[in-house]
Every structure is written in C-alpha cells, then in structure tokens.
Design a protein. Structure first.
Length: 63
C-alpha cells in the first residue's frame, strides 16, 4: 500500500488523492474500490457510493 513502508508500518505522512471515475474510496479511505464493470461510474449520493452505467455513453443496465 502507498501509505505503508516496506515493513507494513504507516508512513509519517500520507497523501490523499481522488479515485478514478470508475472507482470509489474504501470505508477507511485507504484504497479505491473498482466498480464491477469498466462501463460504470461511481456516484456519491445520500452519504454512500454506488456504481451506475454510463447512460450518456450508450450503456444501460438492461441488455
């Protein structure tokens, strides 16, 4: 992990960065979790994340 040294100990300082559009942060904010499909975008609403199809690009939830 980028916030740990070679022994697994936390680094003295950490750097926060945004997750890519098709990923969302884990509950402890230590990693980004990918959506199940690359055509999905992570959306934050009502205090939680969900992955949704990119309808603007022609993707839909139904086949």
């Amino acid at each position: 992990s980028a916030d740990r040294d070679a022994s697994g100990n936390p680094l003295a300082t950490a750097v926060c960065s945004s997750c890519p559009a098709n990923q969302y942060p884990s509950a402890d904010l230590s990693t980004c979790i990918p959506c199940p499909a690359p055509q999905m975008l992570a959306n934050y609403s009502g205090g939680e994340y969900s992955c949704n199809c990119r309808a603007a690009d022609g993707f839909d939830v139904t086949p």
